[in-house]
Design a protein around this ligand. Structure first.
Ligand code: FMN
Ligand code: SF4
Length: 464
């Protein structure tokens, strides 16, 4: 399928890509029409100028490794994969001398429910990721990199491979890039669709050809990463921000956003909005503005709740969310997380018990099974929620749910355990009355108290 066919397909279904005109300027990913992803078009938009700049191939003096890292630190770019860790600081952990084995990895696994931004970046502007990775490799003296791409977006993987070939043919990747003496070999690798392979150490295991299960930490990848060598891992969108930072300066990027939250961010807005899609806006944009860009809550409905950072982030009630700005600090102050920037909008027709049950199914399904609290606990959460949703809840269930969630949190090898527990605790905290109503009446209070039982009682009984 040609790229513009993909764009047309999204538009026809009402699911927009990043590349429509409803954004707040400045946009790092501006000027994309679905067909102009290739090298010539990317260069016409100023692509690879940042790489030329650091290598002194633009007539300037070039930049040292320290200068590149200083610019990224100054920009206040924070990792777009979920945790929001400062990128420049992460880069400074890598020993910079060349000659030793070390690796750069791009995390394009993107399996968080609600998130669909990295897919669009790679599909419609793959060279921006390649350039960002080449700059990172230069800054940390890394000779080899991999982009680990989610297994279920094979066309995007093929697109990225094609872009890699173009870059190699133009001397922008490989040995002695642009005659500068700097060499960087970059490869694409595709996963098989497991959510857990987005966790950085599970990703490394998978990249090594093993079962994708998270490693104990410490040691962290900065000292013991791919094949046991120092490794820096960043998200696709994180790398995509780097060329702009180098071209315009760290201060300029910082000023686009707000202190401690530099630049723009792509928010994948989904759920009960008129125009679901990816929206690039400056950090600090008020949530109501983002909602307005997405066409507002679907017709005739009012906003009930929002999960602001992907399914792992605690849910926030409408009133709290409408006072937030879209940045790490504001969302964290409100009691949730900006995460990967997947904004799941729920209107007043949504049953919070049913929504949480569905989320819990996901975490039970995706638990890799290494840790007992996660392996067993995610199943217990789902079974109890299923019971409540289907009108067979018990008075003690809410307390037990909270206790199970509390006993998962902080007791597992990786953060999937926390990600499974946090939605449960936040849904019950903010919408307790709906859970209590389900337990007390066996009916749902949303939609006029319709009966909730959709499964045969015997079937639910088997699960519980
Ligand atoms: C269960 C789980 C899934 C994750 N999935 C992703 C993912 O799909 N993409 C991603 O970039 N980071 C994901 N992360 C975060 C990564 O472990 C890591 O923090 C991130 O790739 C670092 O890049 P950044 O600093 O640029 O954000 C996940 C973490 C956990 C615990
Ligand atoms: S928390 Fe869950 S997903 Fe993470 S390592 Fe433990 S069992 Fe696996």
């Amino acid at each position: 399928m040609k790229s513009f066919d993909v764009l047309a397909q999204f538009q026809a279904t009402g699911v927009e890509t990043c590349f429509h005109d409803r954004h707040v300027s400045p946009q790092i990913l501006a000027g994309l029409d679905g067909s102009n992803w290739g090298l010539a078009d990317y260069e016409a938009r100023g692509g690879y100028q940042a790489l030329r700049k650091i290598l002194g191939k633009d007539g300037g003096a070039g930049m040292t490794q320290e200068e590149v890292i200083a610019a990224v630190k100054e920009s206040a770019l924070r990792g777009r994969g979920g945790a929001g860790f400062p990128t420049g600081l992460k880069w400074s952990f890598m020993p910079r001398q060349s000659g030793s084995d070390k690796y750069l990895v791009c995390n394009s696994d993107e399996g968080e429910p609600g998130t669909c931004k990295d897919r669009d970046i790679m599909q419609f502007n793959p060279h921006i990721v390649i350039e960002g990775m080449a700059i990172a490799a230069y800054a940390m003296g890394i000779p080899v990199g991999y982009n680990y791409i989610h297994g279920e977006i094979f066309k995007t993987y093929e697109r990225f491979e094609e872009a890699l070939e173009q870059a190699r043919a133009a001397g922008l990747l490989g040995d002695n890039i642009l005659g500068s003496g700097f060499s960087f070999q970059l490869h694409a690798a595709h996963g098989f669709g497991a959510y857990i392979c987005g966790e950085e150490t599970a990703l490394l295991e998978s990249l090594e050809g093993k079962k994708g299960q998270p490693r104990f930490k410490p040691p962290f990848p900065a000292s013991f990463g791919l094949y046991g060598k120092p490794t820096t891992i960043n998200n696709t969108e994180t790398f995509a921000a780097v060329p702009w930072i180098i071209r315009h300066g760290g201060q300029a990027y910082l000023e686009v956003g707000k202190p401690n939250n530099g630049g723009t961010k792509i928010f994948s807005v989904s759920g009960d909005v008129e125009l679901p899609g990816n929206y690039e806006v400056p950090m600090g944009t008020p949530f109501p503005k983002l909602l307005e860009l997405a066409g507002g809550v679907r017709k005739g409905r009012s906003l009930k709740a929002v999960i602001p950072g992907g399914s792992s982030a605690p849910v926030l009630p409408a009133g709290v969310m409408m006072d937030c700005t879209m940045d790490y600090d504001s969302i964290s102050k409100a009691g949730s997380m900006l995460g990967s920037g997947a904004v799941i909008v729920m209107d007043d027709t949504r049953c919070m018990v049913a929504s949480l049950m569905r989320l819990s199914y996901f975490y039970m399904h995706e638990s890799c099974g290494q840790c007992t609290p996660c392996r067993e606990g995610t199943g217990w959460l789902y079974k109890m929620l299923t019971r409540i949703e289907h009108g067979q809840g018990r008075d003690s269930d809410l307390e037990i749910l909270d206790e199970v969630a509390a006993n998962i949190m902080g007791r597992t090898i990786c953060a999937l355990g926390d990600a499974a527990a946090m939605p449960v605790r936040s849904f019950i905290k903010h919408f307790r009355h709906e859970f209590e109503h389900h337990v007390a009446t066996g009916r749902c209070m949303v939609g006029g108290g319709v009966a909730v039982s959709r499964l045969a009682a015997a079937k639910v009984g088997d699960k519980a």
